[in-house]
Design a protein. Sequence first.
Length: 166
Amino acid sequence: MVACAAPGGPDRLRLRYVLEADPERVRVPPAAAHAGRADKLWSHTCFEAFVAVPLRPGYLELNFSPSGEWAAYRFDSYREGMLPAALHTVPRLAIRRSERGLELQAEVALSGTEAAGSPRLRIALSAVVEDREGRLSYWALRHPPGRPDFHHPDSFALALELPATP
């Protein structure tokens, strides 16, 4: 599993996830007829990004399914105050499946979120991978001690600087 984040311009975030795996062993949700916002994407193969502004307790959770569905939630603090995040534009997703695995690219406009206008972000990149038997495995740039917890502050391993808004 490879995951990376890069600025896509002021208040824009580009994310890329590459899952190298035998497609016969991974359960990948089929393309949705009407891809859009959906809940509980993490209960199947899904790619995630958690975005925070340094020194603020709140953060944004973004979920992207290979089905083309997505979700965005805001939290006031660690696992507290979860509400749907009001994104001003729908994330752009590009999904490519191959005999070697799966690649998902997402571009997200942060305008309308708590991260809007911040020149620096802390990011946690992660994935949930479901096997053919329905078992879930959890992948992240960094896991805190104990069981996987993508929301944990120790998971926010990536620091990113965005260009200034003109």
